[in-house]
Design a protein around this ligand. Structure first.
Ligand code: ADP
Length: 381
């Protein structure tokens, strides 16, 4: 297996569309890197650049330290799994698996050895004599992976491999795939538009928007410390609540969050208060996750009006609007445990924990909470 480096990669398609701009990313040997972003953000372009199906218009692409910009797909020893598994329908699983090896004119003993390795790894032994139409969606997926793996490629590329499956199967196969990728220890670039898939499968997750890398971090860090408003709103379901605020100095010398006509005293670590004080009286965006907004038990909370409530059984998603914010006031979502009954237009009081609050500057970049909480964006690295 091998490391992969994208260094200042640009891709401008003929006709002038810039699909990727100054993209920098190092994937370590054996790492599963999930690349996620909305449709059209440049994910497939990056994957195709690495596979050698497209040529970069700028920058250097390396596999195991060697520049590969000019190498053909065959010379790169990369394997791809696409969303349509493209198994040969008239061939048995065994023939499908052997096919890439036969194409390379490998000696029979080598074919047998590599086949046995992939069959063992993926648990395909029982399926070898079946045709693709006799397999379940998940089994077809495993055979497609097996066919990509038998060649023992140095890098493994997966392009939305689960997107053709129905929701239930998807979750099941996602778990199987996660376990398999762990076992494999292969350098993998996994492309998806589904943030839940990226978060569960990636050792690290790279978030892309309009051809630019927004943040790359392990899943937990991405969730807890989004580098900018885009990542904050993209990662998490339901997404982080984002709303216009100001920081003001309170009479007692502390900081308070101003939301339209209401304000909320912030209890913050001293160092965070010190960093945030530089942003007093400026228009900022506040971010708070649905699980970190709670109902206040007293009259001191922020006054809000109930829109509607979604009863999901184990939890209730409550949608509210803060009173006194300029219209159109954004709807905020609270995630409350268990079954909770509300009427539309009910008044509620909200509480938020300063330790769980995110603030973003007028350019959308996260404000630092302290010296060890620096978030990394492409520009900052
Ligand atoms: P994603 O995989 O994230 O959906 P793509 O990498 O397919 O995004 O596309 C990124 C951008 O490049 C889009 O604006 C798309 O329209 C454009 N694009 C993709 N392929 C081509 C092409 N062959 N020619 C011109 N523009 C393209």
């Amino acid at each position: 297996m091998a490391s992969v480096d994208f260094e200042h990669i640009d891709k401008i398609y003929p006709g002038g569309a810039q699909a990727v701009a100054d993209f920098n990313l190092a994937i370590a040997n054996g790492e599963v890197l999930a690349l996620v972003g909305p449709s059209g953000c440049g994910k497939s372009t990056l994957l195709r650049l690495l596979a050698g199906l497209e040529t970069a218009t700028g920058g250097i692409l390396r596999i195991d330290g060697q520049r590969v910009n000019e190498l053909s797909p065959q010379q790169r020893n990369i394997a791809m799994v696409f969303q349509d598994y493209a198994l040969y329908p008239h061939m048995t699983v065994r023939r499908n698996l052997e096919f890439p090896l036969r194409m390379r004119n490998l000696p029979g003993a080598d074919i047998e050895r590599q086949l046995a390795w992939a069959v063992e790894l993926l648990g395909l032994g029982e399926l070898l004599d079946r045709l693709p139409k006799q397999l379940s969606g998940g089994q077809r997926q495993r055979v497609a992976m097996g066919r990509a793996l038998v060649r023992q490629p140095s890098v493994f590329l997966m392009d939305e491999p689960l997107s053709n499956l129905d929701a239930k199967l998807r979750v099941q196969i996602r778990a199987e795939l996660g376990e398999l990728l762990d076992r494999l220890g292969a350098t993998t670039l996994y492309v998806t538009h589904d943030q839940a898939e990226a978060m569960t499968l990636g050792d690290r997750v790279a978030v892309l928007d309009r051809g630019r890398l927004q943040q790359v971090a392990p899943p937990q860090q991405l969730y807890e410390r989004p580098a900018n408003v885009f990542v904050a709103g993209f990662i998490g379901n339901p997404p982080m609540n984002l709303l216009p605020v100001q920081l003001n100095a309170a009479r007692d010398g502390g900081l308070q969050l101003r939301l339209g006509e209401q304000s909320w005293p912030l209890v913050l670590p001293a160092i965070t208060a010190e960093y945030w004080r530089a942003w007093l009286d400026r228009p900022l965006t506040a971010g708070i996750r649905p699980e970190h907004l709670t109902l206040a038990m007293d009259e001191a909370g922020l006054l809000a009006t109930v829109g509607d409530a979604e009863y999901l059984g184990h939890e209730t998603l409550l949608h509210v609007r803060i009173v006194g914010l300029e219209t159109p006031s954004p709807s905020l979502t609270l995630r409350l445990p268990g079954l909770r009954r509300f009427q539309r237009s009910d008044s509620v009081r909200l509480a938020l924990d300063g330790a769980q609050l995110h603030l973003f500057d007028p350019d959308g970049l996260a404000l630092t909470r302290g010296p060890d909480q620096q978030t990394t964006t492409q520009n900052a690295t």
